[in-house]
Each structure stands twice: as C-alpha cells, then as structure tokens.
Design a protein around this ligand. Structure first.
Ligand code: FMN
Length: 169
C-alpha cells in the first residue's frame, strides 16, 4: 500500500476481532510513531500500550464502549508539556507532536491491515488512574489496536475548496 492507498483505507474501526496481533507487528506500528517529526525534535510524548484481556473493566472506565475493549490492545498517547518546544509567544507544541505521533501509528497500523479509532471522548480522570499517569503529563487520545470485524462506513469530507484558501484568508 502506498501512502495514498493507506490514507484512503483508514477508517474509524468500531468493532474488532479478538485475534492477537503479533509482537513484531506491534513493534512496527510503535516504530512508525517513534519516527514522527516533533517540534525541535523534542519528542514530548509517550505511548502507553495496554493489553485488553483481563483489563476490560478498568479500560471501560476510561471509555465505555463495548468495542473499545474487543481488540487485544489499547494504546494511549500522552503528551509531556515539560519537554515541549514553545513558540515565541509561549504556546507549547506537545499536543501537536503527540497527535502527529498518533497519526503515524494509525497510518502504519492501517497499512498492516490493523484497525484503529481515534478516541478523545475518554474520561481523563479515569485515564490518569488506570494508566498511572503522573500529574505532569496529559493524556491526549486512545485507540484500540486489532483486526477489524466491521466494514467501513464511509464518511464524507468538506470539498477541498472549502478547506483551502490560496494566498490569503
Ligand atoms: C481527535 C479525534 C478524536 C476522536 N474522538 C472520537 C471518540 O472519542 N469516539 C469515536 O467513536 N470516534 C472518535 N473520533 C473518530 C471520528 O469521529 C472520525 O474520525 C470521523 O467521524 C471521520 O470518520 P472516519 O475516521 O471513519 O474517516 C475521533 C477522531 C479524531 C481525529
């Protein structure tokens, strides 16, 4: 799959097989996130990989959907503001960096036939408790990682001419 095919193939997978994902495949997906660009190469993010089996009850506190705990793995991306590059007006870029890393992970997973779904509507307090996150880091998003058992429901996008402006706003 080239990058355009991968982008076209990705969709939010909200139903997973319980089949395991082998370690080598998981490592390839994590490696793709590691290769993501970050502002000033600060790499202010961490990935928390959680095995679902046996942790269903705890993970359901983080995001309460049956499909969230169907896949063998759940991955959380966590930003580390203290490591972030800051713009001249002090805007920190750790959340941007964490998001790029997650998107690398999502696209790599897609190209290997795996399903993912970006999840931002999780309970942040539960995420902190279940993942044991220290106060100085910020959970940004979660995704299950596993083989899809649902066909894509195609979603629409705004036309390009609504999204792109040339030369000036
Ligand atoms: C930052 C972000 C947060 C999202 N949070 C959720 C979520 O909490 N739950 C969910 O089911 N889908 C979530 N989604 C998935 C979007 O609903 C989905 O990407 C969008 O509807 C387009 O559909 P597609 O991913 O199948 O192309 C999120 C997507 C993004 C990018």
């Amino acid at each position: 799959m080239d990058v355009f095919e991968t982008i076209a193939a990705r969709y939010s997978v909200r139903g997973y097989k319980r089949d395991p994902v082998n370690d080598e495949t998981v490592q390839r997906v994590l490696e793709a996130a590691r290769q993501a660009p970050t502002a000033a190469n600060r790499q202010p993010f961490r990935l928390v990989v959680v095995h679902t089996r046996g942790n269903e009850e705890q993970l359901s506190r983080v995001y309460n959907r049956a499909w969230f705990v169907q896949a063998p793995l759940v991955i959380g991306v966590v930003a580390v503001p203290g490591e972030a590059w800051r713009r001249s007006d002090d805007k920190p870029y750790d959340e941007v960096d964490a998001t790029i890393a997650m998107d690398h992970l999502v696209l790599a997973a897609t190209s290997l036939g795996l399903g993912t779904c970006w999840i931002a509507a999780f309970d942040p307090a539960a995420a902190r408790e279940v993942l044991g996150l220290p106060d100085e880091v910020e959970p940004i998003a979660f995704t299950p990682l596993g083989y899809p058992d649902k066909e894509p429901t195609r979603t629409s996008r705004r036309p390009l001419n609504e999204l792109v402006k040339y030369e000036r706003w």
